[in-house]
Design a protein around this ligand. Structure first.
Ligand SMILES: [Zn+2]
Ligand SMILES: [Zn+2]
Length: 178
């Protein structure tokens, strides 16, 4: 992958070839340390690397604003990764490439997601993140209202109830005066 592309960061540095993992080349900006990955290269690497190695995560930079594709200058689409540390990667659908800001690729691989980039770039993944977030929001409200101890106890009782063969009757009995 030869490059005459320039980074969208302030330095506008020309991107140079780098190795994101053994056998996986991308382009990087030596100024902001962001990395551009071609999805075709990624898929070829993923398919011949059964279990991508887990790298040591380094603190990732999050770009505050959406970026423009270094190849075609279109606005890239942002996808949340959702795993800890949570961050966003940017993809250009036209060029089929993904931009990782400094440390994001390492954090991505360290989170065990090295083989799952295509999944994260789906609506299903993004929807699931939203669903989880809504549920966490509801739980936070309930914990505030009833106290963490009460909610933990309730969760324990619910889990126990769900394991009971006669749970419907038991729930009815709870509400009734028997
Ligand atoms: Zn840069
Ligand atoms: Zn593009």
């Amino acid at each position: 992958m030869k490059s005459t592309l320039r980074c969208g960061c302030e330095a506008h540095t020309e991107l140079t070839v780098c190795e994101l993992a053994p056998g996986l080349q991308g382009l990087e900006c030596v100024s902001c340390e962001g990395q551009l990955l071609q999805l075709d290269d990624y898929r070829a690497w993923r398919d011949k690397t059964p279990v991508p190695p887990v790298a040591q995560a380094i603190a990732a930079d999050e770009d505050p604003i959406a970026r423009h594709c270094p190849a075609c200058a279109r606005l890239m689409q942002r996808f949340r990764v959702g795993a800890q540390p949570d961050f966003r990667v940017d993809r250009c659908a036209a060029c089929q490439n993904v931009w990782f800001a400094r440390g994001e690729w390492q954090a991505f691989v360290a989170a065990g997601l090295g083989s799952r980039l295509d999944e994260i770039l789906t609506d299903a993944w993004q929807r699931q993140l939203q669903t989880n977030e809504l549920r966490q929001g509801r739980e936070a409200v309930l914990r505030q209202r009833h106290g963490a101890e009460t909610m933990d106890e309730l969760a324990r009782i619910r889990q126990w109830l769900q394991a009971q063969p006669g749970r419907d009757e038991l729930v009815a009995l709870l509400r009734a005066d028997w």
